[in-house]
Design a protein. Sequence first.
Length: 187
Amino acid sequence: MPLTYAIYKPFGMHSRFTREHPDHVTLADLDFNFPKDVYPVGRLDKDSEGLLILTNDKKLNAKLLEPSRKKWKNYWVQVEGAPAEKDIQCLRDGVEIRIKGKAHKTAPAKVSIFKEAPEVPERTPPVRFRKTVPDTWLSISITEGKNRQVRRMCAKAGFPVLRLIRVRLAEYDLFELGLGPGEVKRL
Protein backbone atom coordinates (compact mmCIF):
# COMPACT_ATOMS: atom_id res chain seq x y z
CA MET A 1 0.00 0.00 0.00
CA PRO A 2 1.46 3.40 -0.98
CA LEU A 3 2.28 5.58 2.03
CA THR A 4 3.28 9.23 1.84
CA TYR A 5 4.23 11.64 4.60
CA ALA A 6 5.18 15.30 4.75
CA ILE A 7 7.55 16.61 7.40
CA TYR A 8 8.98 19.97 8.34
CA LYS A 9 12.65 18.99 8.54
CA PRO A 10 14.27 21.14 11.21
CA PHE A 11 17.64 22.87 10.87
CA GLY A 12 20.52 20.54 11.81
CA MET A 13 18.75 17.29 10.89
CA HIS A 14 20.08 15.01 8.16
CA SER A 15 17.60 13.86 5.48
CA ARG A 16 18.13 10.16 6.12
CA PHE A 17 17.36 7.56 8.77
CA THR A 18 20.88 6.21 9.35
CA ARG A 19 23.66 8.00 11.23
CA GLU A 20 27.06 8.38 9.61
CA HIS A 21 28.38 9.73 12.94
CA PRO A 22 27.02 9.11 16.44
CA ASP A 23 26.21 12.81 16.97
CA HIS A 24 24.12 13.17 13.77
CA VAL A 25 20.43 14.01 14.18
CA THR A 26 18.39 12.09 11.58
CA LEU A 27 14.80 11.42 10.55
CA ALA A 28 14.87 8.50 13.01
CA ASP A 29 14.96 11.09 15.81
CA LEU A 30 11.52 12.44 14.89
CA ASP A 31 8.72 11.50 17.27
CA PHE A 32 7.15 9.22 14.65
CA ASN A 33 7.44 5.56 13.67
CA PHE A 34 7.82 5.43 9.90
CA PRO A 35 7.33 2.11 8.09
CA LYS A 36 10.64 0.48 7.11
CA ASP A 37 10.07 0.93 3.35
CA VAL A 38 9.49 4.73 3.47
CA TYR A 39 12.33 6.97 2.24
CA PRO A 40 12.81 10.70 1.53
CA VAL A 41 11.98 12.04 -1.93
CA GLY A 42 15.12 14.05 -2.55
CA ARG A 43 17.08 15.70 0.21
CA LEU A 44 17.60 18.88 2.15
CA ASP A 45 21.09 19.44 3.55
CA LYS A 46 21.38 19.59 7.32
CA ASP A 47 21.69 23.40 7.25
CA SER A 48 18.38 23.73 5.38
CA GLU A 49 14.90 23.25 6.74
CA GLY A 50 11.37 22.86 5.52
CA LEU A 51 9.25 20.51 3.46
CA LEU A 52 10.48 16.97 2.94
CA ILE A 53 8.26 14.29 1.41
CA LEU A 54 8.76 10.65 2.43
CA THR A 55 7.12 7.76 0.58
CA ASN A 56 7.30 4.13 -0.45
CA ASP A 57 5.51 5.00 -3.73
CA LYS A 58 8.09 4.66 -6.51
CA LYS A 59 5.74 6.36 -9.03
CA LEU A 60 5.39 9.43 -6.80
CA ASN A 61 9.13 9.49 -6.23
CA ALA A 62 9.76 9.47 -10.01
CA LYS A 63 7.02 12.07 -10.62
CA LEU A 64 8.63 14.50 -8.16
CA LEU A 65 12.30 13.88 -8.95
CA GLU A 66 12.53 13.00 -12.66
CA PRO A 67 14.39 15.99 -14.20
CA SER A 68 12.35 15.84 -17.43
CA ARG A 69 9.15 16.55 -15.44
CA LYS A 70 10.54 19.90 -14.22
CA LYS A 71 8.61 20.05 -10.93
CA TRP A 72 9.00 23.43 -9.22
CA LYS A 73 10.54 23.67 -5.78
CA ASN A 74 10.12 26.97 -3.89
CA TYR A 75 12.50 28.19 -1.21
CA TRP A 76 12.36 31.19 1.11
CA VAL A 77 15.95 32.30 1.46
CA GLN A 78 17.38 34.81 3.89
CA VAL A 79 20.60 36.23 2.46
CA GLU A 80 23.24 38.55 3.77
CA GLY A 81 23.19 41.86 1.93
CA ALA A 82 20.67 43.75 -0.17
CA PRO A 83 20.43 42.40 -3.74
CA ALA A 84 19.64 44.96 -6.45
CA GLU A 85 17.34 44.22 -9.39
CA LYS A 86 20.38 43.34 -11.56
CA ASP A 87 21.39 40.68 -9.01
CA ILE A 88 17.88 39.23 -8.99
CA GLN A 89 17.82 39.19 -12.80
CA CYS A 90 21.16 37.36 -12.80
CA LEU A 91 19.63 34.62 -10.63
CA ARG A 92 16.53 34.49 -12.85
CA ASP A 93 18.65 34.07 -15.98
CA GLY A 94 20.79 31.33 -14.45
CA VAL A 95 24.30 31.46 -13.05
CA GLU A 96 27.33 29.24 -13.44
CA ILE A 97 28.02 27.17 -10.35
CA ARG A 98 30.37 24.26 -9.69
CA ILE A 99 28.96 20.80 -9.07
CA LYS A 100 31.49 18.06 -8.28
CA GLY A 101 34.21 20.25 -9.76
CA LYS A 102 32.40 20.85 -13.05
CA ALA A 103 30.80 24.05 -14.31
CA HIS A 104 27.00 24.00 -14.47
CA LYS A 105 24.75 26.79 -15.73
CA THR A 106 21.55 26.75 -13.71
CA ALA A 107 18.20 26.72 -15.48
CA PRO A 108 16.13 29.91 -15.33
CA ALA A 109 14.61 30.51 -11.91
CA LYS A 110 11.72 32.52 -10.51
CA VAL A 111 13.14 35.01 -8.02
CA SER A 112 11.55 37.85 -6.08
CA ILE A 113 12.35 39.94 -3.01
CA PHE A 114 10.01 39.95 -0.02
CA LYS A 115 8.92 43.49 0.87
CA GLU A 116 8.77 42.37 4.52
CA ALA A 117 10.30 39.33 6.17
CA PRO A 118 7.93 36.36 5.95
CA GLU A 119 6.45 34.89 9.10
CA VAL A 120 8.46 31.75 9.77
CA PRO A 121 9.06 29.66 12.89
CA GLU A 122 12.00 30.56 15.09
CA ARG A 123 15.11 28.58 14.28
CA THR A 124 17.24 26.76 16.83
CA PRO A 125 19.94 27.94 16.95
CA PRO A 126 18.96 31.42 15.76
CA VAL A 127 20.56 32.95 12.67
CA ARG A 128 23.68 35.00 13.41
CA PHE A 129 23.16 38.61 12.36
CA ARG A 130 25.72 41.35 11.80
CA LYS A 131 24.55 44.83 12.78
CA THR A 132 26.52 46.45 9.96
CA VAL A 133 25.22 44.21 7.16
CA PRO A 134 21.56 44.13 6.10
CA ASP A 135 19.74 40.91 5.34
CA THR A 136 17.05 40.23 2.73
CA TRP A 137 14.45 37.51 2.20
CA LEU A 138 14.09 36.10 -1.31
CA SER A 139 11.61 33.67 -2.84
CA ILE A 140 13.48 31.37 -5.24
CA SER A 141 11.79 28.67 -7.34
CA ILE A 142 13.80 26.18 -9.37
CA THR A 143 13.10 23.02 -11.34
CA GLU A 144 16.55 21.50 -10.86
CA GLY A 145 17.82 19.89 -7.70
CA LYS A 146 21.61 20.02 -7.75
CA ASN A 147 23.48 19.60 -4.47
CA ARG A 148 23.17 22.84 -2.43
CA GLN A 149 22.06 24.59 -5.62
CA VAL A 150 20.20 27.55 -4.09
CA ARG A 151 23.08 28.23 -1.69
CA ARG A 152 25.59 28.09 -4.55
CA MET A 153 23.44 30.36 -6.74
CA CYS A 154 23.14 32.99 -4.02
CA ALA A 155 26.86 32.80 -3.18
CA LYS A 156 27.73 33.23 -6.87
CA ALA A 157 25.58 36.38 -6.93
CA GLY A 158 27.47 37.64 -3.85
CA PHE A 159 24.80 37.03 -1.20
CA PRO A 160 25.62 34.26 1.30
CA VAL A 161 22.62 32.33 2.62
CA LEU A 162 21.76 32.78 6.29
CA ARG A 163 18.62 30.65 6.30
CA LEU A 164 16.96 28.43 3.69
CA ILE A 165 13.44 26.98 4.00
CA ARG A 166 11.85 24.79 1.32
CA VAL A 167 8.18 25.78 1.38
CA ARG A 168 6.89 23.98 -1.70
CA LEU A 169 7.62 20.85 -3.73
CA ALA A 170 5.32 20.48 -6.76
CA GLU A 171 1.77 20.55 -5.37
CA TYR A 172 2.82 20.09 -1.72
CA ASP A 173 2.98 23.30 0.35
CA LEU A 174 4.54 23.34 3.82
CA PHE A 175 2.25 25.98 5.29
CA GLU A 176 -0.95 24.72 3.64
CA LEU A 177 -0.14 21.41 5.35
CA GLY A 178 0.11 23.32 8.65
CA LEU A 179 3.45 21.85 9.66
CA GLY A 180 5.93 23.27 12.18
CA PRO A 181 9.54 22.17 12.74
CA GLY A 182 9.76 18.45 13.47
CA GLU A 183 6.11 17.76 12.70
CA VAL A 184 4.91 14.89 10.48
CA LYS A 185 1.66 14.51 8.57
CA ARG A 186 0.43 11.49 6.65
CA LEU A 187 -0.88 12.50 3.23
